[in-house]
Design a protein around this ligand. Structure first.
Ligand code: SF4
Length: 371
């Protein structure tokens, strides 16, 4: 035997335990890539959600993290594994670890390694989806970063440099039924057309999950989109600045045959960086209803670790924010506002934000929305 042969390692991959805050419908992509990477090296890999209770005795433990408000679940698993496997190296990565290094360092000092940003070695590797056998979609980044630097967005901190792949075929897992692109701004990629061509050839359902940049939607883009199996087109209307390009993009999409009810537009509110007021938010919602598309309100959450839904931007109050949340539950559909006739009347007839979002008391709280 070759005495120089590298000893295989035992690798434990940990996704924090799901909770009300630590919740995602997606598998932990970074861990799946690390699994593929370590298996290629001949290491033994185990993936757990939360707390592992047999005695795997890992050499190395990778713990992932989600949004900054979901930090508590991450701390819980770190504490557990620090205690359980005192000799293992613990590496914590993901969004919270990248954005809140000091918070993590203060809690765990030098007992953990904090990995910020991407793991370059695994960026181009096919994730090990065998760890999540019930999952049937390939999640792919054909590009990282974004060409824009919107002040309310974490992308410039998470992925500071914009870089793009010119092919994604090798990242599609056999037998998967769908491709989910997590690009922040795929249309900014110099290879977007080549990627679209590959998606067309793959003939799988496609979801541009993070939305398309309306400013980059051209007739050529729409022509290529028409060739894809794409049930929902996602766009964003975060500030009034993009009103005109957004309207133009929606017009292009609709005149090409995309149904307004299949165009979902994310609408940021409670945004402290722009002149976002309840009234300006209502104006954006009215625009979207007027243009016949679905609006999806997104409440701004700051990048620092604090409980979800506790940040209140200067022009908002907790009561006004609660009015939006309630209206989404009562008037909306899955949290979105489709361009229903009844909703249109309610939003357009109202003289103020308060009136638009006012809901009658529960006893009489029967609101009919004509569809
Ligand atoms: S365009 Fe979108 S992804 Fe890019 S910086 Fe702005 S909000 Fe972030």
């Amino acid at each position: 035997m070759n005495s120089k042969k590298k000893k295989s390692k035992r690798i434990l991959l940990v996704e924090p335990k799901k909770s009300k805050n630590y919740h995602t419908q997606y598998p932990p992509l970074g861990l799946l890539k690390l699994s593929a990477y370590h298996k290629q090296l001949g290491d033994t890999v185990k993936f757990v959600k939360g707390f592992e209770d047999d005695n795997f005795e890992p050499d190395k433990i990778y713990i992932t993290s989600l949004f900054t408000y979901a930090w508590e679940a991450v701390h819980e698993v770190i504490k557990y594994y620090l205690q359980k496997y005192k000799k293992a190296e613990i590496i914590v990565g993901g969004i919270y670890a990248t954005l809140c290094e000091a918070h993590l360092r203060e809690a765990f000092k030098d007992r953990i390694i904090i990995h910020k940003g991407l793991v370059n070695e695994v960026e181009n590797i096919l994730p090990d989806y065998s760890l999540v056998p019930n999952w049937s979609a390939s999640i792919i980044f054909s590009s990282r970063g974004c060409i824009r630097k919107c002040p309310f967005c974490a992308v410039s901190k998470l992925e500071p440099e914009f870089c793009a792949k010119d092919s994604i075929k090798h990242l599609v897992y056999p037998n998967h039924k769908k491709i989910i692109l997590w690009d922040n701004n795929i249309l900014a990629s110099p290879s977007w057309e080549k990627i679209f061509k590959e998606l067309e050839e793959l003939n799988l359902e496609v979801d541009f999950n993070q939305g398309l940049d309306a400013r980059l939607v051209t007739p050529r883009v729409v022509e290529r989109l028409l060739k894809l199996k794409i049930p929902i087109i996602r766009l964003a209307y975060d500030t009034h600045i993009i009103r005109e390009p957004l309207k133009k993009a929606i017009d292009l999409l609709k005149s090409a045959g995309f149904r307004g009810r299949n165009i979902v537009v994310y609408c940021l509110y409670n945004n402290p960086f722009e002149k976002d007021t309840p009234e300006s938010f209502l104006e954006r919602l009215r625009d979207l209803i007027d243009w016949g598309v679905v609006s999806y309100p997104m409440r701004y959450e700051p990048l620092e670790p604090r409980p979800k839904n506790t940040f209140v931007a200067p022009n908002w109050t907790p009561e006004l924010l609660e009015m939006v949340a309630k209206a989404r539950r009562v008037l909306g559909y899955g949290g979105a506002f489709p361009p229903y006739k009844g909703l249109r009347m309610k939003f357009f007839n109202a003289k103020s934000f308060e009136e638009a979002f006012f809901l009658r008391e529960p006893k009489k709280n029967i609101i009919y929305i004509s569809k």
